[in-house]
Design a protein around this ligand. Sequence first.
Ligand code: SF4
Ligand code: SF4
Length: 229
Amino acid sequence: MIVAEQKPLEAVLKMMAPYQRVLVVGCASCVSVCLAGGEREVSVLSSLARLARGTQGASIEIAEATVHRQCDQEFLLPLASQVEAAEAVFSLGCGCGVQLMAETFPHRRVFPLLDTKFMGITLQPGVWVERCRGCGECILDRTGGICPIARCSKGLLNGPCGGYRDGKCEVDTAVDCAWLLIFNRLQTLGELESLRAIMEPKDWSEAAVGRPRQVVREDVKVPIEEVIA
Ligand code: SF4
Ligand code: SF4
């Protein structure tokens, strides 16, 4: 899932300051799982904003909505009348949700209330960690299912840097050395010999550092107009 964190309340209030009537929109998918932008967070944040405005002797009308996914236009279009009635929209979706909201309603300012962090997993309740950097060419089959790009601080592809101590990464001693994890996993699988094969330089043109990417499936492609008709 995409993991995100709410911006500090002060930053939210500063963005809302020019407006009297706003719409706060949550997303019931990834960002609700990491407790950043779901229905509950929409409600709590809206209440805090109303209280803050009240302490200034003023008021603000905040309409609340939460859609199934902000990154699919079919879930955004039913918000049209609420968007129309608001002076500005405040999104508790990830960066993709904010952008599609702005594309769908180009005549309204759309503000991001989250800082989008990474693709990750729930390690335990309250702890989410990065597991994938969307490199575009997955190599987990060669590394025992442990990603050296997302989990090695240096993104090394052919073994550790030699800086790890007591199984921890030299860049951040709070995290395990990814290459020690890979070694241990391959040992468990009886596949240590596979480490002798040198990994060729990766094709980074397929990674996030290159051009904007897209995935197209011609067999299921349908014009968006037909979907939202
Ligand atoms: S190798 Fe690439 S696609 Fe696979 S988990 Fe790592 S970053 Fe993600
Ligand atoms: S200590 Fe391990 S995880 Fe950290 S940078 Fe070196 S090889 Fe990567």
